[in-house]
Design a protein. Structure first.
Length: 400
């Protein structure tokens, strides 16, 4: 009989873990496996605030896919997915190729959610990708480098606005506060010329975090010069400024968008039912009405049975879903049945720049160095799973 073709789209946390599972569980005599990704590397999305602020070299945050997956077992295709045709069971790639699949796993991650604000895609740094991080880092440095070379300086030149005081926005501003003193010194810019804002639409920064942790993070960041504007939705981003719903305008040459994500647009284009681009998957991670399509990571939506609300999209869940999708596809190919995905939330830890972090591990609140230690240990655990000890030693974090 013809061997089934398993196609995975996207080599983020979800796609890499799915490929890793399939490579372990399914012999090449059982199935053909193809992984399609835009780049020949996998990057650590959860680290991108660091290269974006310039506190980490971007190469540290990426891994060559061929070094961690076995090309003898998995056909690794570097290309951009343009379309998924579920009726024809085909994937259309940018180079014109059509890949036919028997089982598809969509793990293409997310794009910025704008919540109706205008000008976001045109006038803000909204791409949380490796390319996006590099571009933002250069922009920040450019603003400092040009400052002393202008006839007239304006406040907007060194004003950095982070839209969104959630996990990503807070982690980014934390890094930026660490980088700014260094840049001021390097480019002879007085520190008081630099302004940093976090603008949040919700009644609190870091919604979903314990209020004590939120206070800890905000105090620390305010101490480092961050100004918070809470309960202030943004209605528009224009060249050189943001406009709030209440009419206030903040002049800023650099606006960083981090208000949350929606699933990759390919999902909606494929005619798979989605909510903000995310597919509310069945308990076995398949898309409703599509027996041969698994959707995992930020493209998927699963409900927390305790709160009856969706889990926020995280790397933590994406990785676990990757493993489960790999197992379930193996089961289906071997004549078994897929099983239920049950997320195990180990904790949530946000870095705040330097040696600072905060969050919860299980139900325990953690602050400062010990929180950062736990976060780095969990980063290292992922690298160990993905590429063994050698990957952990070359790309891992020094937890101390
Ligand atoms: P991704 O990791 O984004 O991977 C998607 C992959 O698909 C990428 O490799 C991309 O190149 C590829 N791709 C996209 N489009 C195409 C295309 N058309 N064709 C081919 N390939 C394509 N979560 C946590 O749990 N803990 C944290 O501490 C944390 N910190 C974060 C910090 C920041 C700054 C950000 C931005 C996010 C953070 N998150 C964190 C969230 C987490 O990063 C995401 O939930 C996670 O990356 C989702 O994994 P994924 O595999 O679905 O997508």
């Amino acid at each position: 009989a013809k061997k089934p073709h398993v196609v995975i789209l996207g080599a983020g946390y979800a796609g890499m873990m799915a490929a890793n599972q399939l490579q372990k569980k399914l012999g090449t005599d059982r199935a053909h496996i193809t992984l399609v990704n835009k780049h020949d590397y996998h990057y650590q999305t959860t680290w991108l605030h660091e290269p974006a602020a310039g506190t980490m070299h971007h190469d540290k945050a990426r891994v060559e896919i061929r070094k961690v997956l076995n090309p003898a077992k998995i056909n690794i295709v570097q290309d951009t997915v343009e379309q998924v045709k579920t009726e024809e069971k085909q994937v259309v790639l940018k180079n014109g190729d059509h890949l036919s699949y028997d089982y598809l796993t969509i793990a293409l991650g997310s794009i910025a959610e704008t919540f109706g604000a205008e000008g976001v895609y045109e006038h803000s740094y909204h791409k949380w990708t490796l390319d996006g991080a590099r571009e933002l880092k250069d922009q920040i440095e450019f603003q400092f480098a040009q400052y002393r070379n202008q006839k007239e300086t304006e406040e907007k030149d060194l004003t950095f606005v982070v839209a969104g005081g959630g996990f990503t926005g807070i982690e980014f501003i934390g890094e930026l506060t660490e980088r700014v003193p260094e840049l001021c010194e390097q480019y002879d810019v007085p520190r008081e010329k630099v302004r940093m804002y976090v603008i949040e639409a919700a009644p609190t920064a870091l919604p979903g975090f314990d209020p004590e942790l939120v206070e800890y993070a905000m105090n620390l960041l305010e101490h480092r010069g961050v100004e918070f504007k809470i309960n202030k939705p943004i209605s528009e981003v224009q060249e050189g400024k943001v406009i709030l719903k209440d009419g206030e305008e903040i002049a800023a040459s650099t606006v960083i968008w981090a208000t949350g994500v929606r699933g990759h647009p390919i999902i909606e284009d494929a005619g798979i039912e989605a909510n903000r681009g995310r597919v509310k998957v069945e308990s076995d991670l398949r898309a409703p009405g599509h027996e041969d399509v698994f959707v995992i990571g930020d493209c998927s939506l699963i409900i927390n049975e305790e709160t009856e609300r969706p889990f926020p999209p995280t790397a933590q869940i994406a990785m676990q879903q990757g493993v489960k999708a790999g197992e379930n596809i193996t089961n289906l190919i071997m004549g078994g049945s897929p099983t239920k995905f049950e997320p195990e939330i180990l904790g949530t830890l946000a870095s705040l720049g330097g040696k600072e972090a905060m969050g919860t591990v299980k139900t325990r609140k953690m602050y400062g160095r010990s929180a950062l230690f736990m976060k780095h240990m969990s980063d290292n655990r992922y690298l160990l799973k993905l590429g063994g000890l050698s990957l952990m030693l070359t790309k891992g974090r020094n937890p101390l």
